[in-house]
Write a protein that binds this ligand. Structure first.
Ligand code: TXE
Length: 498
């Protein structure tokens, strides 16, 4: 397989596409003659550009056993923390140096703009790797004075944080490289081994990342990649008895199934699930900031961002100007393949996601919503025109469900209190934003918005040092921040009589 389109590719990216499908187990690519395959499509055209192995439960078992053996013999977890740090820093350097191949592959399999692939999938990922590398040398326990009766004269107790074991990481297709790293990094920094299953839609960069990790010095078996369907390979990973922890980003429905499997095996788990994120715009907000802020917050990566804005509640005095501003800003964007750096509107990741978004729009139209779509879409590829939905009826599905596409509902409100009530009226609670210049409103409403992250006068910006995760049905646990590794370690108390 290879890319036949009009853009010239980086040599390493082209060579990777030409490679025979393989899994990455025990530090090497394992080609499996005769194994079932999944096809990888270029979302800009729908053309097949590569194939990947559709792993069976047996293949997953092989990967988990490799990870388990690597964990048990201590080849990674028993390294000095400073040596694990050095390996991860080398990985960051290598990714930075080979970034263009990763960025192009990411755009080719996922559809996003090459500018976003360079800036986020590669650029931000490098920052995240360096942040996680720094955490390897910060793992620490606590000491305690005890009040035990009798016995010897003194007691000393302390805790150690020990790596959990094999981590099963299941990643989605919206930011395939960056989100895969958000799972692999804390595991590696803590001394765990990993089996990563990328989405079947976007399996390529995870495989290339694992090879790079080996080159950086991650020992064989510590970082494995199995590609394949969620129902088979994913499910085999979530139920494998040698997997100690599951970390997942994806839909709330699949997250609940993974949570159930985790509880069944008493595996530890972290879930980062969907969002239906509100943006609350008060009458004193600066529209000069709100319009570009919502173009980014609502339409970055075609709205395929768990934290993206999807429900805008705007006080009546600003409603008309906001709609006009957004319409004009969207109308000025150019649409086309992600490999063309001049385009800002790019295809969605898959035909299935395009069709899902289209069905929400059809249903909203039938329910009587007014839909503004300022840009015409090309004839081929998985494109959806960026859409503004004006005052959608409360029973439209896109009011309550995560659409995960370039679709922004805009609802008129009469007061901040009404907007707050509507913003919080959701089963989900991943993120929210508030747009105001009033410090009292900002301090009050940021406390009352039910979301894991609340931005004021911006939306969708995240940072390795800022914890991220969901309230309500948007997930369980937090990623990032100085406590990131705690969910990848077990706290052991050691009690010494002396
Ligand atoms: O997600 P799934 P899908 C949302 C978004 C999107 C919807 C459906 O609304 O439209 O989910 O996308 C693996 N056991 N998000 O179907 O099923 C699967 O192979 C183990 C939000 O792609 O959640 C893939 O690797 N694993 C989101 C991963 O789970 C299973 C990002 C995600 O797939 C499995 C993506 C199973 N039974 C979609 N079933 C976010 N929060 O950022 C599937 N998988």
């Amino acid at each position: 397989m290879s890319y036949q389109g009009p853009f010239s590719l980086d040599q390493a990216a082209a060579a990777f596409l030409d490679r025979a499908p393989a899994l990455y187990i025990d530090g090497a690519f394992i080609g499996l003659e005769g194994a079932a395959r999944i096809q990888v499509h270029d979302p800009a055209t729908g053309a097949v550009i590569a194939e990947a192995i559709d792993a069976t439960a047996g293949h997953v078992d092989e990967a988990v056993r490799s990870a388990h053996a690597a964990f048990e013999d201590g080849r990674w977890r028993d390294l000095r923390p400073a040596d694990r740090e050095r390996v991860l820093l080398r990985l960051a350097d290598l990714l930075e140096a080979r970034g263009e191949a990763f960025a192009q592959l990411e755009t080719l399999e996922q559809g996003k703009s090459i500018n976003l692939s360079r800036m986020l999938e590669v650029g931000a990922s490098v920052d995240w790797i360096r942040y996680a590398a720094g955490l390897t040398t910060k793992i620490a326990g606590r000491t305690f004075d005890l009040s035990l009766p009798g016995g010897p004269a003194h007691w000393t107790a302390y805790t150690r944080r020990e790596p959990l074991g094999v981590v099963g990481a299941i990643a989605p297709w919206n930011f395939p490289l960056m989100i895969a790293l958000w799972k692999v990094l804390p595991a590696l920094a803590a001394g765990c081994s990993v089996v990563l299953k990328p989405s079947e839609v976007t399996p390529l960069t995870a495989l290339m990342l694992a090879e790079l990790a080996t080159e950086a010095g991650v020992p064989a078996g510590v970082f494995n990649v199995v590609t394949g369907a969620g129902a088979v390979a994913g499910s085999a990973l979530t139920t494998h008895p040698l997997v100690a922890k599951l970390t997942f980003t994806g839909s709330t429905a699949t997250g609940k199934a993974i949570g159930r499997a985790a509880v069944d095996g008493l595996k530890r788990f972290t879930l980062e699930l969907g969002g239906k994120n509100p943006a609350l715009i008060l009458r004193d907000a600066d529209l000069g900031r709100v319009v570009p802020g919502l173009i980014t917050g609502g339409f970055l990566n075609g709205g395929q961002v768990c934290a993206s804005a999807s429900r805008v509640y705007v006080e009546t005095p600003l409603y008309d100007d906001l709609v006009a501003g957004l319409r004009q800003a969207l109308g000025g964007l150019s649409i086309g393949p992600g490999l063309d750096p001049q385009t800002q509107v790019n295809p969605l990741a898959s035909a299935a996601q395009r069709d899902k978004v289209a069905s929400y729009l059809t249903q909203a139209r039938q329910a009587g919503a007014e839909i503004i779509q300022p840009i015409a879409t090309p004839d081929q590829g998985y494109f959806v025109s960026p859409s503004l939905i004006l005052d959608p009826p409360a029973d439209a599905r896109l009011v309550r469900e995560e659409v995960f596409g370039p679709v922004l509902n805009i609802v008129r409100i009469d007061s901040a209190e009404q907007g707050l009530a509507l913003a919080n009226d959701s089963e989900l609670g991943l993120a929210a934003s508030l747009w105001t210049r009033d410090i009292d409103q900002a301090m009050s409403l940021t406390r009352r918005l039910e979301a894991g992250t609340v931005w004021v006068n911006s939306h969708v910006f995240i940072d390795p040092n800022m914890p991220f995760g969901g309230f309500k049905q948007s997930g369980l646990g937090r990623d990032f921040g100085v406590d990131w590794l705690s969910a990848y370690t077990e706290e052991k108390s050691i009690c010494i009589a002396h």
